[in-house]
Design a protein around this ligand. Structure first.
Ligand code: AMP
Length: 275
């Protein structure tokens, strides 16, 4: 990968990079298409990164389908697929980590304390190997985007982090590789997340200025799905991810949800500027 990247750079090719864990869907492909539009060469990585999973999480059973992924990427005219092994990325003796302090703490950081350290470390490694001009990340994982955006600034990676809008199923459910875990009944209930987020955004747009009330609506909306167990429902500042109390005019907020259906944990979010 490094040799390829060096040659591309020598040839003056602008490189767009899309890091993924595979089991690709239209959300991933939207990132690939954005990279395709804005760069000469598109590199996609598939690496199910063990260091971003907690001990009780789904690393082992995370869905994988390399052949299908490869043909989807060929259809999108991606140029390179980089799929390193765990041994390549974490050889014996590996012991370095990147931590983005404050942004990794709230929201998903509460129930997944090792997650963003694993993400930041693997993305740093991938950026060093691929040496892209732009890296493409989805809004669905907004906190991940903020962590990577901060890391590239703080560590002077010569790369621009680009955020791509969340791609949804027709009924509003955010596309995710983990949606395959859902039972038919859970799948029917899962659009409650997005409906709850839309309701929260509508409340803010129609003049509600107490974060507590908006948050309450978010929780209630998520609970309208009988099988849902809310992990968090928060209204935070979109820049710092810190909780907000008063919804001041002009501020951009993130309404964010994480909900368990059985063992399956789904996340979603919406951005809203207080009018
Ligand atoms: P993952 O394979 O789940 O690690 O995701 C790889 C990249 O795809 C991340 O930047 C995600 O934010 C992005 N992504 C995943 N699902 C979606 C979606 N529904 N819409 C947009 N981007 C997504």
């Amino acid at each position: 990968m490094r040799r390829v990247a060096e040659r591309l750079r020598r040839d003056g090719q602008g490189i767009g990079f899309v890091p993924t864990m595979g089991y690709l869907h239209e959300g991933h492909l939207a990132l690939v298409r954005a990279a395709r539009r804005e760069n000469d060469t598109v590199v996609v990585s598939i690496f199910v990164n063990p260091s971003q999973f907690g001990p009780d999480e789904d690393y082992r059973r995370y869905p994988r389908d390399f052949k299908r992924d490869r043909s989807l990427l060929e259809a999108q005219k991606a140029d390179y697929l980089f799929a390193p092994s765990v041994k390549t990325m974490y050889p014996e003796g590996f012991q370095t980590g990147v931590r983005v302090e404050k942004l990794s703490g709230p929201l998903c950081g509460v129930s997944r304390p090792v997650h963003f350290g694993g993400v930041a470390t693997v993305v740093a490694k991938l950026l060093n190997l691929v040496a892209p001009d732009r890296v493409y990340l989805g809004q669905k994982d907004y906190q991940q985007f903020k962590v990577v955006e901060r890391m590239v600034r703080d560590l002077d990676f010569p790369v621009e982090a680009r955020r791509v809008a969340t791609v949804r199923e027709k009924d509003g459910l955010a596309m995710s590789s983990r949606n395959v875990y859902l039972s038919a009944e859970e799948r029917r209930q899962a659009p409650a997340l997005y409906r709850a987020l839309c309701r929260a955004v509508a409340l803010i747009r129609s003049g509600e200025r107490h974060a507590g009330k908006v948050r309450q609506a978010l929780v209630q909306g998520a609970r309208s799905a009988p099988r849902a167990r809310v992990d968090y429902a928060e209204i935070v500042d979109a820049g710092t991810l810190e909780p907000v109390v008063k919804l001041k005019k002009g501020r951009t907020l993130l309404a964010a949800l994480a909900v368990f259906f059985g063992e399956t944990r789904l996340i979603d979010n919406c951005l809203v500027k207080v009018p």
